[in-house]
Design a protein around this ligand. Structure first.
Ligand SMILES: C[S@@+](CC[C@H](N)C(=O)[O-])C[C@H]1O[C@@H](n2cnc3c(N)ncnc32)[C@H](O)[C@@H]1O
Length: 370
């Protein structure tokens, strides 16, 4: 089979070009499988799998799987300044794409994720790297404790690729999807409160604050009222019914609606439920505790709420004096802990966004520990 005979889809987008194609097949149904390597099998027979046939030189396609397509791989590798044997903490293992790229580049990787499913998938994918790869189910905000338990003082670099993986979003049984009905769950891992439990206990004011703060929804009060009324009347039984209830609340006349309101409501609930922003804030604060002097920390965020946390956190770490303005000389004795490498966040190339539309809102910021 030659590339030109084939076309395929990634995230619904059809590719006809010779290098970036994806073959969908049933396991065992491809007599010439040997010609399709390299690929990862992420499902057990007889599930349908997507096999990504990659240009081995191109980080945009090499590490993509149907579980998740890692974002800005080339930029991450470049900015972590890897050297053979460098020890990197991947705080967000997901499908293991970034971890694999780091391992291929010669690093050793300790990978964390809250989601046991991510660990199962990545363990199979990365087992060929032996003890150069370790995965531990933990929150990335607990990185200092995890490293201490492993007897490691600090690592040579760290990566956090915040938010959820494509698999978490697309697998309706996880309850993140508003397009298909799924349970009112939305947890990244098996611990903590489910969406059902959250909706059962929130007051109107609390829900409105969540929708306003994490979804930046202007009509948060009205939305909260409609959602909680429907909840009391047992009309919200799954994620699809929640999305339908949200759709009944129109935007204010004259205001152009560019994003589906269900996207923002689901984003807000997901952030609140998983306490995503507090963990991110702690992870940024802890960079000097986790990364050695001269090592680099890279954070990829997907919306302005996350990016603001990374930007302000880096600024605080870079700020060498926290004395009130107007003092004749510094009395706090604080010193800069990091040098900010990216004054402005880096964004994915046009080609990356074309290949993977989910990359479009990604923002990468990097700091060096000094
Ligand atoms: C965008 S995906 C990462 C994808 C990954 N870089 C790859 O190449 O496949 C985000 C992952 O981080 C995990 N995650 C999100 N917040 C976390 C946190 N505070 N601690 C640990 N894992 C987290 C999610 O469960 C998800 O698997």
């Amino acid at each position: 089979m030659s590339a030109s005979e084939t076309q395929g889809r990634v995230n619904g987008k059809v590719f006809k070009d010779e290098v970036h194609w994806v073959v969908e097949m049933l396991l065992g149904d491809c007599p010439r499988m040997g010609t399709l390597l390299p690929f990862q099998l992420l499902a057990k027979p007889p599930q349908r799998v997507e096999v990504i046939v990659a240009d081995s030189q191109d980080p945009l396609t090499t590490y993509a799987t149907s579980y998740h397509t890692p974002i800005m791989v080339g930029e991450v590798l470049e900015h972590l300044h890897l050297f053979p044997g460098a020890l990197i903490l991947d705080g967000t293992l997901g499908g293991g794409g970034h971890s694999e790229a780091l391992l291929d580049a010669g690093a050793r990787v300790i990978a964390l994720d809250r989601d046991p499913e991510a660990h199962e998938v990545a363990r199979v994918r990365l087992e060929r790297f032996g003890d150069r790869f370790r995965s531990i189910r933990a929150n990335y905000s607990e990185a200092p404790r995890v490293l201490a338990e492993l007897g490691i003082d600090r690592v040579d670099g760290m990566l956090v690729d915040a938010g959820v993986s494509s698999h978490q979003l697309d697998d309706s049984s996880r309850g993140f999807s508003f397009r298909e009905g799924g349970p009112l769950d939305m947890r990244m891992g098996p611990d903590g409160e489910t969406l059902e439990e959250l909706l059962s206990r929130l007051s109107h004011g609390e829900l409105a604050r969540i929708l306003n703060k994490y979804g930046e929804l202007k009509n948060a009060g009205r939305l909260a009222g409609v959602i909680l009324d429907a909840w009391q009347e047992d009309k919200i039984t799954d994620t699809a019914s929640l999305a339908s209830i949200v759709a009944t609340v129109g935007s204010k006349p004259g205001r152009k609606q560019t994003i589906n309101p269900a996207t923002l409501v689901f984003q807000a609930l997901r952030i609140a439920l998983n306490d995503e922003l507090s963990h991110l804030e702690r992870a940024v604060e802890q960079v000097p505790e986790v990364v050695k002097v001269d090592g680099f920390a890279a954070f990829i965020s997907f919306h302005s709420l996350e990016d603001r946390i990374v930007k302000q956190g880096f600024r605080e770490l870079a700020n060498n004096c926290v004395c009130p303005q107007g003092l004749p000389m510094c009395a706090c004795g604080a010193r800069s802990m990091v040098e900010i490498i990216t004054r402005k966040p880096l964004r994915p190339s046009e080609r990356e966004v074309e290949l993977n539309p989910r990359a479009r809102s990604a923002l990468l910021r990097v700091a060096k520990v000094i």
